[in-house]
Ligand binder design. Structure first.
Ligand SMILES: Nc1nc2c(c(=O)[nH]1)N[C@H]1C(S)=C(S)[C@@H](COP(=O)(O)O)O[C@H]1N2
Ligand SMILES: [Mo]
Length: 197
């Protein structure tokens, strides 16, 4: 897919229905981070889900790797207007992780090493829509792009795909995360241009 888009950097939506309104294509993979890149060793890494009752389920790196791993071919869209088509990731589906979690809360707050947060409704995380991803383009995810692992929610603007993800906290209400407190949309659907407030 990447070679198919090469040389069409200025191609717009009129010519390709995979490009949401107001986006342009890039072959690069820009790095957008609100702070320094945290370094987390795999020995110290864990991912946890805390529910509304305070119960916590956690996975070490090895435990995550022992779960079913999926390959995800998808397009990604940043609110700063770049889109990248045909990216390939490997990761564990949030459906798999939530199999072990008893919750009826409708909202999730993703938390990252380094302090970043972003809110995502459960309806946008489950049903084959999101992953904890640790490989990009056949190689371990680079630290700048969120390695060891990041959330991948490709049907929403890419700020919802929290880099260096360390866990999810369930919320009864849709509370704003980092960018959402700073003017970004609570939901972030690129197809309806849910960019800012
Ligand atoms: N922890 C963390 N995750 C983050 C960010 C961040 O600053 N910190 N930036 C978000 C934004 S605005 C975008 S567009 C994407 C960028 O991912 P990339 O740097 O891999 O392109 O990460 C998102 N996830
Ligand atoms: Mo972004």
């Amino acid at each position: 897919m990447a070679s198919f888009t090469r040389g069409f950097g200025s191609r717009r939506r009129e010519e390709d229905p995979r490009i949401p309104p107001g986006q342009y294509l890039t072959d690069d993979f820009p790095v957008l981070s609100a702070g320094p890149t945290p370094r987390v060793s795999l020995d110290d890494w864990s991912f946890s889900i805390r529910t509304e009752t305070g119960g916590t389920t956690a996975w070490s790196w090895d435990e995550l790797m022992a779960l079913p791993i999926e390959t995800v071919d998808t397009d990604i869209h940043c609110v700063t207007r770049w889109s990248k088509l045909g990216t390939t990731w490997r990761g564990v589906s949030l459906d798999t992780l939530f199999e072990k979690v008893d919750t009826s809360a409708e909202f999730a707050m993703a938390h990252s090493y380094g302090g970043y947060t972003t809110n995502v409704p459960m309806a946008d995380l489950l049903g084959g829509k999101s992953w904890v991803a640790f490989e990009f383009g056949g190689a371990p995810l680079e630290p700048e792009h969120g390695g060891p692992a990041r959330l991948l929610v490709p049907h929403l603007y890419f700020w919802k795909s929290a880099k260096w993800v360390r866990g999810i906290v369930m919320h009864e209400h849709d509370d704003p995360g980092f960018w959402e407190q700073n003017g970004y949309n609570m939901h972030g659907d690129p197809w309806t241009e849910e960019r800012y407030w």
